[in-house]
Ligand binder design. Structure first.
Ligand code: SAH
Length: 561
């Protein structure tokens, strides 16, 4: 819950606005000093509509520590600035300030060093990747080194898609302080150091009927200690499906707070393991459970099975999954680059795309991001480059104009990509949507898109789709409508459509939508001049229902008829 506290008329107005728009916010009416105490105990975040001086004085006696206190944001009387006053990271005040600024149309003021230089604070680094920070005494010392520009070493067992690192964070094999270590191995570190446990290990478990949870947990503890590996890196247990109802095993997984995955005897039997057992084969139909379950999970065996009276445990390490983001940039204007695209680009170590598209988003990249721009015609190469970065454990972004999934790079990349990388597709505003918005609402009823490019699709197929669209009375958005070497197709499309809809059917021609060179022509089907159209244009042909109302192209939805 976010508590809102105000002292002036303007402050109350703004507080009530937030309370009305945020489902998780509550306005504490009353004298600020009095209600703040209540809000402090009841809320995770507090927004004070007070001058910073007054806010500091009111908050000071309530402060206990950054692990307990709510995040506090103060807002000036005009609502121009939302200052993250304290609890920036752990209390969430930095994020809260951004949220307040978003709703009130102001500017967030963030003063914690790491957030303002664009590198996540040490206590949130790698959160999205599932890295877990080992509680230790050196967090503040390494954090201070980081933000003061001192060189900080980064040692990782394998590469993780961390995003671009600040210049003073240097990947190295040398264990020299100050150090950031990302490893599932138990080891002495120099000081100061912070250690993150990656989600990298899986433990295979075999057991007899009736085994107790404590015996399994004890064997796991001993095995991890012997292997010098951290249990905090365990993402899952793995076993055989006949143990699905083995209560000791289920209880052990619950106590360790990890899921358990079950594999069939058939799958386990197919795996070659170092220590097969005839006894086990006779009991459950596979010569190995713990080792085979590790390998069946896709992990590499790093410790062969260890036994107790009623259980066996083996440990494996999972391959790192890099990340590839397929990012939509919208038609051209900066304001139409989706926020999710901005966030994703800022977290990318490599950005691949056509030069003209990458140029549009260079200002969104963090220092240290590499950029590759193979020219037009190298579509598969672009996909391969981005995929290779992800396969190596990095974080890459491949950018397309409009929507990356519409006549763009998402399809070829997804045809090439295996299940060994994580892929996110960030949607965006397509050329058809952008053109439609400038024309009015031509896509207000059923519509389709057809690309007239016969580079990869035979003309006969394109023509049959135009005919089907004509018969179905779809509004048609024409992509790639006409190029220098391909100039007669649009005329043919016009002819086909004129066979099914009247000559005064509205047609919108939009060139360079949402770019400085934007041109919009509203005409009709009979008057459509193919010469006015080129490859930077989207043509939208109305259906028999589409009309021009007050100069705007409208396909009725049906409410007014
Ligand atoms: N992925 C893109 C489409 C790429 S195909 C998208 O979702 O929009 C390229 C075609 O899109 C061009 O030939 C043109 O027909 C259209 N196009 C792309 N950007 C445009 C813009 N800003 N204005 C008008 N048409 C555009």
């Amino acid at each position: 819950m976010i508590g809102l506290v105000a002292a002036t008329a303007n402050g109350r107005r703004n507080a009530k606005h937030l309370a009305g728009t945020w489902p998780d916010a509550r306005f504490y009416e009353g004298k600020a000093r009095v209600v703040l105490r209540r809000a402090w105990n009841e809320c995770d975040g507090i927004v004070l509509f007070l001058a910073t001086g007054a806010a500091v004085r009111l908050v000071a006696p309530l402060l206990e520590g950054k692990h307990q206190d709510p995040g506090v944001v103060t807002v000036d009387d005009a609502g121009n600035f939302a200052v993250a006053l304290c609890g920036g990271h752990q209390g969430g005040a930095n994020a809260l300030a951004a949220r307040v600024a978003d709703t009130l149309g102001g500017t967030p003021v963030i003063t914690t060093a790491s957030d303002s230089v664009g590198f996540p604070a040490l206590d949130s680094l790698g959160e999205k990747l599932g890295l877990r920070l080992e509680e230790g005494p050196d967090l503040a010392a390494v954090g201070a080194a980081l933000v003061s520009g001192e060189q900080v070493g980064l040692v990782t067992d394998t590469r993780w898609p961390l995003g671009p690192l600040p210049e003073n964070v240097v990947s190295t094999d040398e264990w020299e302080a100050p150090l950031i270590l990302i490893s599932d191995r138990l080891a002495e570190t120099p000081r100061p150091a912070v250690v993150y446990r990656p989600p990298s290990l899986v433990a295979g478990v075999g057991c007899s009927r009736g085994v107790g949870a404590d015996e399994i947990i004890d064997l796991l503890h001993r095995s991890f200690a012997e292997a010098r590996l951290s249990e905090r890196s365990v993402v899952a247990l793995a076993s055989i499906d006949v143990k699905r109802d083995e209560s000791g095993l289920l209880e052990a997984a619950e106590k360790l707070d990890v899921p358990i995955h079950f594999h069939s005897a058939e799958d386990l039997r197919a795996v070659k393991t170092p220590n097969p057992s005839e006894v086990v084969r006779e009991a459950v139909g596979t010569p190995s459970v713990s080792e085979a379950a590790v390998i069946s999970s896709g992990a590499e065996l790093v410790m062969e099975k260890r036994k107790s009276a009623n259980a066996t445990v083996a440990i494996g390490r999972l391959p790192v999954r890099g990340r590839l983001a397929l990012v939509s940039l919208g038609p051209g204007e900066d304001t139409l680059v989706p926020p999710l695209a901005r966030e994703t680009l800022a977290a990318s170590e490599l950005v691949v795309g056509l030069e003209q598209y990458v140029d549009r988003i260079r200002h969104l990249l963090r220092p240290g991001t590499r950029v590759l721009t193979p020219p037009l015609g190298y579509e598969v190469e672009r996909g391969e480059l981005a995929l290779a970065e992800a396969r190596a454990g990095g974080s890459a972004a491949l950018v397309s104009s409009g929507d990356v999934g519409v006549y763009a790079m998402a399809s070829p990349v997804l045809e090439l990509a295996g299940n060994d990388v994580d892929i996110v597709v960030v949607p965006g505003v397509t050329a058809a949507q952008a053109a439609a918005s400038l024309l009015g609402s031509p896509l207000g009823h059923d519509h389709c898109s057809v690309s007239l490019s016969d580079l990869l699709t035979p003309w006969a197929v394109i023509q049959s789709r135009i005919m089907a669209a004509a018969e179905g009375d779809f509004v048609v958005s024409l992509y790639n409508p006409r190029s220098k070497g391909r100039d007669w197709q649009l005329g043919k499309v016009k002819e086909i459509l004129l066979g099914h809809r009247p000559p005064d059917t509205p047609v919108g021609i939009v060139r360079d939508a949402y770019r400085p060179t934007q041109q919009i022509i509203l005409t009709d089907l009979a008057s459509l001049q193919p010469e006015e159209v080129d490859m930077l244009t989207t043509v939208i042909v109305g259906s028999t229902q589409t009309r021009v109302v007050a100069g705007r192209m409208v396909t009725p939805r049906g409410y007014l008829s």
